[in-house]
Design a protein around this ligand. Structure first.
Ligand SMILES: NC(=O)c1ccc[n+]([C@@H]2O[C@H](COP(=O)([O-])OP(=O)(O)OC[C@H]3O[C@@H](n4cnc5c(N)ncnc54)[C@H](O)[C@@H]3O)[C@@H](O)[C@H]2O)c1
Length: 360
């Protein structure tokens, strides 16, 4: 895979900067990918994962950092897109020294890249990284951080779902609709609360008995089904994948009875052809990276000094962005994900261009 953009090599990615970092004593091997700083410093989490090879780690960081540029642009943030990976098993090698060594490499980029939590890294890790660098978000509340990002992730998903409901049924409300929530974890639980408050009926599932017990105790009106397969086949209006990626695949989409899919899970489409399958079946899919941006909006707010109400206001705008994307998709006859990419690219070009106006 090439990093430098080339018209001869369609596999090249066009990143601004890719940094390899190593600290032999602590065992740190990290790659920081900065896709774009057109809108501001690149923001994206650090994934700590035991990749099979360095090539796999590089491919993941290039892919994820590009995705963050689009997500942050659509979230209306003055932030570019970046991401980092630490190559190794966090259970085996994560230590204070390793995290602080990583923090020093983040600091060395002098604010071109801000990090945050991702798979394998947690709020407590960000607090340790913050001892070496100012350029870290997702810290604990005690350390000036935004705390649990799933609160605004769920709020943003709910806003995206309201926009989809308006597009399909004419009113921005889930009142009287049956919504199927797959995954009652941090986001799924909050989302269920918003849906019930809005007057929706919720059908849900989870593989974790503790999550099911929580819902039985807190929202006894929720109907629980055995698994995601049963949920997909249930008589629901909206399907909300809030567990793992790949929920929309060659098996689930043909069986789906819902007219709308809006959920928090990352990478919901198992492969690119799935979006056409959804469109052919007349199912409206709101791109995951548009509607689940509430979390990044929440942690990004830390850069200004965290203010929950301001961050919530920004996450509420996911309703407007989703609406705009769905209208653009209709107007240009393209799937919502293509419309979303066009909107993100337009913002990066239009706002990024303003840097050419010289200021002292
Ligand atoms: N937390 C955030 O701020 C945030 C932000 C953006 C995207 N996301 C994405 O949203 C999704 C949910 O995140 P979360 O923070 O709630 O995670 P979580 O781990 O708290 O919850 C996931 C839940 O899904 C359940 N689950 C796993 N496999 C399942 C299956 N096959 N069927 C049904 N349930 C299953 C788990 O038991 C768990 O309760 C993830 O894909 C995550 O990447 C989260």
């Amino acid at each position: 895979m090439g990093v430098f953009a080339s018209t001869d090599d369609p596999g090249s990615t066009g990143h601004e900067q890719v940094v390899f970092c190593q600290d032999k004593q602590s065992g740190l091997k990290a790659i920081i990918g900065i896709y774009s700083t057109a809108l501001g410093p690149a923001l994206g989490g650090t994934r700590f994962y035991p990749y099979d090879s360095e090539d796999d780690a590089l491919a993941d960081v290039l892919d994820l950092s590009r995705g963050m540029a689009y997500k942050n642009a659509l979230a209306g943030l003055d932030l570019g897109g970046g991401k980092a990976v630490i190559w190794g098993d966090p259970e085996q090698i994560k230590s204070e020294a390793l995290l602080r060594a990583y923090g020093r490499f983040v600091e060395s980029l002098a604010g071109r890249y801000y990090t945050a939590c991702d798979v394998g890294t947690y709020v407590a890790d960000m607090d340790i990284i913050a001892r070496e660098t100012r350029y870290v978000t997702g810290r604990s509340v005690e350390h000036g951080g935004a705390g649990d990002s799933s609160i605004l992730t769920a709020w943003g998903v709910f806003q995206g779902m309201r926009a989809a409901a308006e597009h399909v049924w004419g009113a921005p409300s889930l009142r009287g609709r049956r919504v199927g929530v797959a995954g009652l974890g941090k986001v799924g639980k909050y989302l269920t609360g918003h849906l019930l408050e809005d007057g929706a009926e919720v059908v849900a599932t989870d593989v974790n008995p503790k999550a099911l017990a929580w819902v039985r105790a807190n929202h006894p009106q929720v109907t629980l089904v055995d698994d995601a397969t049963a949920l997909v086949a249930a008589d629901i209006d909206v399907y909300a994948p809030c567990a793992l990626g790949g929920a929309l695949n060659d098996d689930s989409v043909p069986a789906l009875r819902a007219k709308v899919v809006t959920g928090a899970a990352n990478n919901q489409l198992a492969h690119p052809g799935i979006e056409k399958l959804l469109a052919d079946r007349g199912i409206l899919y709101t791109p995951d990276y548009v509607v689940n941006a509430g979390g990044v909006i929440q942690v990004a707010d830390e850069i200004e000094g965290f203010n929950f109400e301001r961050a919530k206001l920004r996450a509420t705008r996911i309703y407007d962005t989703t609406r705009e994307i769905l209208h653009l998709a209709d107007a240009e006859g393209v799937p919502p994900a293509v419309a979303a990419d066009r909107l993100a690219e337009r913002r990066m070009a239009e706002v990024g261009r303003l840097r050419t106006i010289h200021l002292r």
